[in-house]
Structure formats: C-alpha cells, structure tokens
Design a protein around this ligand. Structure first.
Ligand code: SF4
Length: 461
C-alpha cells in the first residue's frame, strides 16, 4: 500500500502523534518521533492534517484504558489511518485476541510498548517516505516531547517483579537493561543539546543491570559497570560538566541504594528520591508482592536522612488494598509521620483488569477505600506544609520553567525538591533588581518568602 495523499501532493508525509501514559511511554514516543524525523516524516498537530496517526497508549488503570480507546476512536473518525502502539496494544481481550483490534478492527497495526522498529515497519507499509536527503537532518539529541531544558532518560524496560495490583510486566515483559554505554551516550547528547535536568526513569531503577549480571560496558573507551551506582556517578560527572541536574525516579529501597546517598551529598545527583513504597505494613506489602517488602524501610529511610539531611523523598501509596485492616492502615499513617515523606501521593485501591490482586479476598467497599485515601492525604499534606514552611528564608537554586517577558513579571521554576509535572513549583516574584532577568531553562537563585499549598513563593536574587 502507498500514500497517495503525500506522494501526489509531493510533500513530506505527515504523521499525527498522540502520546499518552507515563514517562516510560513518553520516551518510547520520543524514539519513534526521532526515527520518523530522521526519515523525513513531518508531524501534524491535527488528525485531519495528517496522512496517518500513531497513538501511543497506556493500559495501566481503567481510566487510562478508556482515554486510550477514546483517542483511537477519535483518530479513526477524523483521519481513518491509525497505528496503535504502547501498553494497551499488548493487552488481550477475555477471548485471548488483541483488545485494541477487537474494539477498533479498522486500525492498521497494533504493537506493544518499546517497539520503535515494529511501528516504523507499519508506517513504511502504510505511508512510505519521500526521499529527500535534506529532510534527514535531525537534531543530535533526537526529538524530545518535554521542554528543551529537561528530558527523561529511560535506562531499562520491563520488570522482574509481579506486584499483584500491576499488569505492567504482562505488557512490557521482564527487565531488559539498556547497555550502559548507550545510556551514557544518550545522556551526553541530551546535555549537549541544552538539557539542564535529566530525569532517570524505568520500571525499577534500583534493578538496573540485574538482567545482565552487572556486566561491564564501555563509555568513552573506559569500562563502566551496568550498575546503578556506577551509572549515576557517570551521569553526575557528565551533568556537572554541563551545570545540569540528575534526578532519580522509581528507586526501590534495596540495601545497595544506601551507596547512592553519598553521591547526593557530593552533588553528583539531586538529593531527591522517588521511592514508590505503596504501603508500610509487612502483611499488606506481602499481599502486594512488593519488591523489597522484607526490608526495614523506615530504618533505611532515616539512615538516608542521617547521611544526607537535605534528601527529599517522594512516594506513592495505595489505601484500601484488598484485606487492609484498620490496624494495617493506621500502621501506614504512623509510617508516613515517622518517615516524614516530603511528597506523598495516594490512590484509593481500584481493581485493574487482569491483575492478580482481583483474586485476593477482602475487597473493601469503595466508600471506605476513599475515606482512607482522604485520611492519608490529610496527614501527608500537613507534613508537606510543615516542611515547606521550614524553607521560608532559605535561598534555593531554581530551574526556570516559565518566564514571560524575561521574568519581569516573575515566573515559575522548580527547586531540587520538585520534579516536573508531579510535585509543586517555586512561584518566582518579579525580581527587585532592574538588571535581573529570568530565562526558561536557566538557573536562578531565589530567596523563599512564603509557602502556598504545595508551592513555594520566592524572590529571585
Ligand atoms: S515493580 Fe511492581 S508495580 Fe512496578 S512495574 Fe514492576 S510489577 Fe509493576
């Protein structure tokens, strides 16, 4: 099949692209868009203006599945030529056939996540590229969907765990770590392209290299182990040379994470850890089959704070998991207070189709799950508010995300304590000094003058 529209018109074929889901899915989108651009395809902001549409889907929770299926339906209605990729593409219907193809039989092709080549094969079949060597130019750092000054760096794909509430391993498979040299080469390109904050993501960042027995790779002619500690140290050295930040997400509290904390104290990565604890009670963690469920998480976390008092911990939790007793839930509230989690999010448990947790007895009524979530968030917010208040008077390094008019009317930024999209921000006041300007993607120092909700208010200095 060819592309009559693009070829007859003699213009570069245009692809509409919708990226749904988490940062891991976003990095898949970036790889596909980079490849499309490298091959001379253009992108279209509208479905009607495209010759073909790619939808990168999410299949994690029921709301995400609905959003993905609705988007595919919309793209089919408005364009008609649709390729589906991503987590939902790997889901099966109850009868064992592909869920997306069952619901939307007219899609041209369906792939699972992390399938750049398969997606490109489908694009080539349904929308062949025009040959134009000038169109092959692509920025060395590839196509980024994030603003120019921060980027996600995916270090592995898949997961060896089988948490009972999660269907990601059934969609993305077991852990596959990227070669350490490739990861570092990508990081170097990103820094050279102007990235000032690198967000390290994967399903289980602490497990990096387990699948390849921490094999030694090469970077710049030097041996480097495929191990989180070695990788973060190398990333930190690269970041330092570019005056940039490295932030770690999805780190499970394994003993070897203790070794990362001194790197934070040395300034090689931000003193910020995103640790998805999900619960504190050992019995609930066992029912969840969580990684590191046997670890003494509270002791570990307090030790991290001793080693690096500035460390900010972000975490997510589930309230009302099947069988959760009031005593188990109160254990979680006590943990939250004792651990002083800086940034906590909480979901009321909701069943996910295909998850083994659905077979655990003791499903709680929806009202009770929601009530526990609200109680959790009340405690979490009082901890967060008290912690933010303590920052008033401090001077922080802030990365500017928005600064209309060179910041003359103020702007929005983030400190080391704020990951983009998920945490609060620093609201920057108009600078008092007439010569002071703010620029997106640059750092400024700012003195904190107040706290509002999850945000700080600060004066650029
Ligand atoms: S660690 Fe658990 S929740 Fe995270 S991706 Fe693996 S199975 Fe899912």
């Amino acid at each position: 099949m060819n592309s009559p529209i693009a070829e007859q018109a003699g213009h570069a074929p245009k692809v509409g692209f919708v990226s749904l889901g988490c940062p891991k899915a976003l990095t898949d989108s970036e790889l596909i868009l980079t490849q499309l651009s490298a091959e001379g395809y253009q992108t279209s902001k509208t479905f009607q203006g495209a010759d073909l549409v790619i939808v990168n889907t999410c299949g994690f929770i029921d709301d995400a599945v609905k959003e993905s299926l609705d988007t595919i339906g919309e793209a089919l209605a408005e364009n008609g030529k649709v390729i589906v990729t991503g987590c939902l593409g790997a889901r099966q219907s109850d009868n064992g056939s592909n869920l997306v193809s069952d619901i939307h039989p007219s899609v041209l092709a369906v792939t699972g996540p992390h399938a750049t080549q398969e997606v490109m094969d489908a694009v080539h079949r349904h929308l062949p590229k025009l040959h134009d060597p000038f169109l092959d130019l692509v920025p060395p750092q590839g196509i980024k969907l994030t603003p120019k000054h921060y980027a996600y760096l995916k270090i592995s794909e898949g997961c060896n765990h089988r948490c009972t509430f999660c269907i990601i391993p059934s969609m993305r498979g077991d852990l596959v770590s990227r070669p350490v040299g490739d990861v570092l080469a990508e990081a170097a390109r990103l820094f050279e392209g102007g990235v000032k904050e690198l967000l390290v993501v994967s399903q289980d960042t602490s497990a990096y290299g387990v699948d390849v027995q921490y094999r030694t790779g090469f970077w710049n002619g030097r041996p480097v182990k495929s191990k989180l500690l070695d990788l973060v140290r190398e990333l930190g050295v690269l970041a330092r040379a570019h005056g940039a930040w490295v932030r770690l997400h999805y780190v499970y509290p394994y003993p070897h994470v203790d070794d990362i904390i001194p790197l934070m104290a040395e300034g090689l990565c931000l003193p910020y850890l995103d640790v998805p604890f999900q619960h504190s009670h050992p019995d609930v963690l066992k029912r969840m089959k969580r990684p590191a469920s046997g670890e003494k998480n509270l002791e570990r976390l307090l030790r991290w704070r001793d080693m690096c008092p500035d460390v900010v911990i972000r975490s997510t939790f589930i309230a009302g998991f099947p069988g959760e007793t009031e005593a188990e839930f109160e254990h979680l509230l006590t943990f939250l207070s004792e651990a002083q989690i800086d940034r906590a999010g909480c979901f009321a448990y909701s069943p996910v189709k295909g998850a083994t947790a659905n077979d655990i007895p003791g499903m709680l009524p929806a009202a009770l799950r929601e009530e526990r979530r609200a109680r959790f968030m009340a405690v979490a917010e009082s901890i967060s508010t008290a912690k933010l208040q303590k920052r008033v008077g401090a001077t922080l390094q802030v990365l500017v995300d928005a600064a209309p008019g060179m910041g003359k009317k103020g702007g929005i930024g983030r400190s080391y304590a704020d990951a983009p999209e998920i945490d609060g921000v620093v609201r920057l006041l108009p600078p008092q000094k007439i010569s002071k300007t703010l620029k997106v993607g640059e750092f400024t120092k700012a003195r904190v003058v107040g706290a509002e909700g999850h945000d700080l208010v600060a004066l650029p200095v």
